[in-house]
Unconditional design. Structure first.
Length: 337
């Protein structure tokens, strides 16, 4: 190969061969991608800011992901899914806030949905199971400590108002932000959306008890719980189910109700009345009154389920999302606290 052809070959390799699409990055969709180290791991953090105001000093809202090994940025046939379900890259909330989220350990940041499971979870292609790095770190205490480290790092950035940092959690993410509310550090306030104040197991049991056919499964679940309590640190990454470590951390010892009742920072509690945990959230509300807690604000959303969707003919209708309504409420509340 002569020199001219060799240089042409190098240029083609660097630029990508014609017709071969280059891998997409968060920057292609308007997100900043920060990488930081925590306990020897790489933590992927995405930041969404108003275009042109990425370095403008503003308050920060951190979003704690729910359960399952779901990548941060999902690429579907019609384009990317929003990273923040309550905000888009053109959202009005970006006028006043930077948004941040940290990915699940061991899970890629950007993934095409064709490579995922039907529920958008990621499995290691070599094993067909969630990544070992995820399995070993998928427990409450890890996420709380990691997120607190991320927030300390972000609070030192010149574009973040360190005196105005909030965290929002939905589903399993509520247990994480509830514990963070108990030990707030740099946090000023939290938003707790459709959580289970008594932990995960009561919700599992409630779902099983709705059907007589699931009675035997419910009894097995209770027997399993006895084994979890006896061995709370066991973590077997060779099976697809949640480990004892995960179940114990999200259901044992201090539950979210206790964390929230011990918190002193402002807390917004929002929940749908058709969510399985509605009774738990009503109970939290009663206990907050009993304890004389004035830092908790409650907002019930009649007729909405766990993901703030409505119903049509008795069936969940995902064309009837109400996240915009919920976001308006908690962003307005943030302005007052």
């Amino acid at each position: 190969m002569n020199l001219k052809n060799y240089l042409l070959f190098v240029l083609l390799c660097c630029a990508g061969l014609p017709g071969r699409a280059q891998p997409k990055t968060p920057a292609d969709f308007g997100y900043r991608h920060l990488r930081m180290r925590y306990q020897g791991d790489t933590v992927n953090v995405l930041i969404l800011s108003k275009k042109g105001e990425e370095l403008k000093r503003k308050p920060l809202l951190f979003f704690a992901q729910g359960s399952l090994p779901v990548p941060l940025l999902l690429l579907g046939e019609k384009g990317p899914y929003p990273v923040f379900v309550f905000a888009r890259p053109t959202s009005q909330y970006l006028d006043n806030y930077h948004l941040a989220i940290a990915g699940k350990p061991g899970v890629p940041v950007v993934v095409n949905t064709k490579a995922l499971q039907p529920n958008f979870t990621y499995n290691d292609p070599r094993t067909g199971l969630p990544p070992v790095a995820y399995c070993q770190r998928n427990y409450l205490e890890y996420y709380v400590a990691r997120n607190q480290t991320v927030l300390r790092y972000l609070a030192r950035q010149p574009w973040v108002d360190a005196h105005d940092i909030s965290a929002v959690g939905h589903s399993e993410g509520t247990e994480i932000v509830a514990r963070m509310a108990r030990h707030p550090g740099s946090l000023r306030r939290i938003i707790y959306l459709n959580g289970s104040p008594l932990g995960r197991l009561p919700i599992i049991m409630a779902g099983l008890r709705r059907s007589d056919a699931d009675s035997a499964i419910a009894e097995n679940e209770l027997l399993h719980w006895r084994q979890v309590v006896a061995n709370p640190r066991t973590c077997d990454c060779t099976i697809p189910t949640d480990s004892n470590l995960n179940l114990a951390s999200f259901s044992e010892k201090q539950n979210p109700l206790q964390d929230l009742l011990h918190s002193r920072i402002p807390v917004f509690v929002g929940y749908g009345t058709r969510d399985d945990a509605v009774g738990q959230n009503d109970y939290l509300r009663l206990e907050a009154v009993r304890a004389g807690k004035t830092n908790l604000t409650f907002r019930a959303y009649p007729g909405l389920e766990h993901n703030f969707a409505g119903f049509t003919n008795g069936q969940v209708d995902y064309d009837k999302w109400h996240w915009d309504r919920v976001a308006r409420d908690f962003f307005a509340w943030m302005q007052t606290k």
